[in-house]
Design a protein around this ligand. Sequence first.
Ligand SMILES: Cc1cc2nc3c(=O)[nH]c(=O)nc-3n(C[C@H](O)[C@H](O)[C@H](O)COP(=O)(O)OP(=O)(O)OC[C@H]3O[C@@H](n4cnc5c(N)ncnc54)[C@H](O)[C@@H]3O)c2cc1C
Length: 482
Amino acid sequence: MMVVLKTTAIRGSGGTRQLHAAASREEATTGERGGLRRRERTGGTMAAPAVVRTGRFPPMSADIVIVGNGIAGMTSAVEAHRLAPEKKILMVTEQNHSTINAPALKQFAIGKLSREHLLAFPEGVELAHQLRAIRGRVTTIDAEHHRLSLAGEFQIGYTSLLLATGSAPVGLPVDLPGRDYDGVLVLHRMRDYLDLRRRLPEAQEVVVIGGGWHAAETALSLASFQHLRVHWLMRGQAGMSHALDPRAFELVLEQAYKARVSVYLATEVAQIHGHIGAVAGVITTRGEAIRCQLVLACTGTVPATDLAAHCNPPLRCERGFVVQYGLRTSATDIYCSGDAAALWDPQQGGYAPRAQWHAAVSQGRYAAHAMLASKAYAGPSPFGARWHATQIGELTVLTAGAPLSAMEGSEVITEDTANSYRRMVVVGDRLVGYLSLGRDQPEYGLFIKELIDSGRSVTRCGLLTLKGVRTTGALAWIGGSA
Ligand SMILES: Cc1cc2nc3c(=O)[nH]c(=O)nc-3n(C[C@H](O)[C@H](O)[C@H](O)COP(=O)(O)OP(=O)(O)OC[C@H]3O[C@@H](n4cnc5c(N)ncnc54)[C@H](O)[C@@H]3O)c2cc1C
């Protein structure tokens, strides 16, 4: 059983009104049987939170509690308020700033965007949607009694709980010599990019480590600085090997060379050298010495699932919090969305996070509908195909579904022209994977995802105009004609 406080909107000067657990404790009042005596503020502000260190009912409770104010959590909060303005929504997050557009951090680092540009929602959105927020880290969940605890035993009750805890960076090996020198940065959160932005004007050479999109985008965007020499190291013989075939990776490499990036394939950092406490260079596993003042780790992320083991009963995890239909976790009334959620991927045959912006947004919306038992969700299915769009140098890259799939009965169609490269994987007349790199912005990006998700016949869809696509057999997308 739990108590749900009725509160009114928070008044403030824009931005999230953050309640600090320590401060709240001073206002604590407990009532009979461990319940609460509610203390109302006048003037339309909120009821004061109270703390019970013991007792059955947490005095601060909400209809929907959301852990994490990244894009997944915040999208859910806004959507839930839109669907049910009478419901009390509370966000708990350890992030010390409003929701930002994480993909834009790369542009922020090189000075193309300001901090204001990073805001994913207009300032004051929390106030406009009557969202309350507490800054703090959730440490345990009592799923049986529908409550969670923050560090310091502050407790919060919920009707529905959404875990939108995102991901954590993999970083560098713990035993890598020199990883603690000043100038070694793991790029993930805003503070890392603030740090990088301050350091860049003084650096002449930088080593970027990683074989994924994050490393590629970082290396190529830093190369836009004329004063900077960029070295890009990756462990494998090719980067983005889950999404790019050899020809596509060759095109990415061409962009890197054109931008004067030195690329080191099948190479790792064996040791970081320092001089009076700061980075001076790296030694690679191939014995090369590279002088640099910055080492930037872009080595991928893992879902932030620490809470799984601190939940009673423990939450099922498999490369993320396993979620089923409705983004429900293994515990009643606990949902998960965004980078932390592991969804069934029929193309891969396992649970895995989507870990991309577009997926986090659609999952955030979908989770709000699921928590409120709304049947009105009309957006893209969060269980659909992967979809990713990015810019690498002069190339716009789009991947959807499983472009490298070699499933039985699949046919691969490629098109290689002076300006673009495309690869499509079809099974019968269904599209299962798509990859394109080109100088033009593809306007049909999300349509491709929808085509894969729906399993519609590519021979009949007739909606797509991919100029110049070579068609084979029954496959004809141009104007829907064969
Ligand atoms: C630098 C960078 C560049 C990217 N570039 C692209 C791109 O170009 N294209 C693309 O599609 N995707 C990109 N992504 C991925 C995309 O941004 C993420 O998929 C998306 O932001 C995930 O959102 P989220 O809300 O799930 O998680 P997050 O944004 O990670 O938010 C999780 C929040 O939960 C909080 N939290 C975690 N645990 C707790 C706890 N126990 N208690 C309280 N709070 C907690 C964290 O502090 C954080 O605020 C990029 C990501 C990064 C970091």
